[in-house]
Design a binder for this molecule. Structure first.
Ligand SMILES: CC(C)(COP(=O)(O)OP(=O)(O)OC[C@H]1O[C@@H](n2cnc3c(N)ncnc32)[C@H](O)[C@@H]1OP(=O)(O)O)[C@@H](O)C(=O)NCCC(=O)NCCS
Length: 181
């Protein structure tokens, strides 16, 4: 879809999806280390179906989970997504991230998250953005804390079966005035 926004940061290009993103994204979703805090790794078909849903979200809302490009390479996604399950904090837009293993440990997820939050607050004009992850996913909630989000509680994710290790989630939120950058 033309006219979809791309965002440049110091080290990243956040851009819409292209067909040639599907292969590296499929590889990332098949990596057990990347998917440790999700119920399962994804098959290529499941990964492609996820990309279809991401593109539908961009078409509907004008923003979404952007491809993260680093030095011309597909590194994963960072962006904004409408929450589609029922919970006390919904309706809400979440900020989220998933990077291929070689791109961890460089501050790239938090750099992308700040750009996505600026877009949410300054372009979409949202007054709050949430984020959540399985309690065990310390790397992910450290990104939330690094970008100045505050812990707002814990909840059981309704899409994860009762008793599953991934069901307990931490919830974080941020408002425009909380930005530390
Ligand atoms: C969650 C995820 C994106 C976090 O990536 P990350 O690289 O740890 O996060 P950041 O971009 O904030 O980088 C922070 C790390 O980079 C280091 N770093 C290096 N340079 C940095 C810089 N300029 N700025 C900030 N941090 C920097 C930090 O010290 C920290 O490393 P540490 O964890 O060893 O202390 C990544 O682990 C991932 O994709 N996981 C799999 C998918 C997933 O679980 N997604 C979330 C689901 S809710």
């Amino acid at each position: 879809v033309p006219d979809q926004p791309s965002i440049r940061t110091q080290r990243l290009l956040l851009r819409p999806w292209r067909d040639d993103d599907r292969e590296p994204f499929g590889a990332l979703n098949a990596d057990p280390e990347v998917m440790e805090h999700f119920p399962a790794t994804l098959t290529r078909a499941e990964s492609d179906a996820f990309v279809d849903r991401i593109e539908a979200h961009f078409a509907r809302y004008g923003y979404g989970l952007w491809v993260v490009e680093v030095d011309g390479e597909h590194a994963g996604f960072v962006g904004l997504q409408t929450v589609t399950f029922e919970a006390s904090f919904v309706p809400a837009v979440e900020v989220g991230w998933r990077l291929a293993r070689p791109y961890w440990g460089r501050g790239l997820a938090s750099e992308g998250a700040r750009a996505a939050l600026d877009y949410a607050f300054d372009e979409v004009r949202l007054d709050e953005v949430v984020s959540f992850t399985a309690v065990d996913n310390v790397r992910s909630w450290r990104v939330m804390e690094r970008v100045g989000m505050s812990r707002a509680g814990v909840f059981d994710h309704p899409r994860v079966p009762e008793g599953h290790r991934l069901r307990p989630h931490v919830l974080y939120r941020i408002r425009p005035a909380d930005r530390t950058w």
